[in-house]
Design a protein around this ligand. Sequence first.
Ligand code: IPM
Ligand code: MN
Length: 366
Amino acid sequence: MKLNVLLLPGDGIGVEVTREAEKVLKHVTSAYGHELAVHQGLLGGIAIHKAGNPFPDETRKLALEADATLMGAVGLPEFDNAPPEKRPERGLLGIRQTLQVYANLRPVRSYKALIDSSPLKNELVDGTDMIIVRELTGGIYYGTPRGISGSGAEERAVNTMTYTRAEIERVSHMAFQLARKRKKKVTSVDKSNVLENSQLWRRVVVEVAGQYSDVALEHILVDNCAMQLVLNPRRFDVVLTENMFGDILSDEGAVLAGSIGMLPSASIGNRRPSGAWTGLYEPVHGSAPDIAGQNKANPLGAIGSVAAMLEYSFGLMEEAAAVNHAMETVLNSGKVTADLKPPGAPAATSEVGDAVCAAIAKAATV
Ligand code: IPM
Ligand code: MN
């Protein structure tokens, strides 16, 4: 198979974790006899510096041409006070919208080897295995009107949370279809005791559920969900929620996995004629400028995103499993970065990437 992949390292540790992810992608595709073409583009703060725009036209063009895009992270402290259109994050929102990747899948699971990395009690996190399906191209992130106007005591800021029925339906179908391949349970998260937006959300989710009689549906308010995630995480299978709630809850999920550096994500949208998904793959973590350039960031979230890309955008299940398996081998070996609190000296970002490649090489020759 020929894989045409766009790489957008972005800012901060995005650069070093995508370097390892690319290494693993090259390794696994060559081990399994595929042809890989990688193009590189600018997104985020680096794009503002080099092209004056967080999402340059050239990047838009490359993303629309690629089969799949692998991203690092965006965000740099020097833009903290910049206007919204000149912030790195706007680049990320732009590419998500351009690719129409409306479903962001964020798996959260506890790994045996990392059980002590979570500050929560072992018996509580053990066996956690859920996937958060976050709506990604609607809601308060994109709604208009938005902006800051006026001055003095009358200065006023507005954001708008808006969803159409069609937007809720398509992401709900994604959640129910995923649940069918798992434990057949969808937990829909909303704030329907206060927001009309959530009232429509809940009503549409119930309607869609009618087409999936084999999947159980429950509803939970977002504040209670935040609590249940750390009280009883095993009760969750597929968690379906809107954009901002999903952003917040998935960071909380990171505590269950041991470190936010572990979490991969797949943002998928429409199916192409081949049946594969248009996809944008990125670790859940941010650009972490405080540790950038020090070769100590955890690349496993980015490497796990490569596995997701192989699975969803290319349908290469065996190759995806090889990457996931190699990651587990490395986790069990203890050769991991400082965030995972290894018993011995922490490994460098590049050492973890090399170790994952070595584990794949071994698996391919036996
Ligand atoms: C994420 C990030 C982004 C988001 C930021 C960087 C815009 O926090 O992917 O979770 O809020 O979606
Ligand atoms: Mn986030």
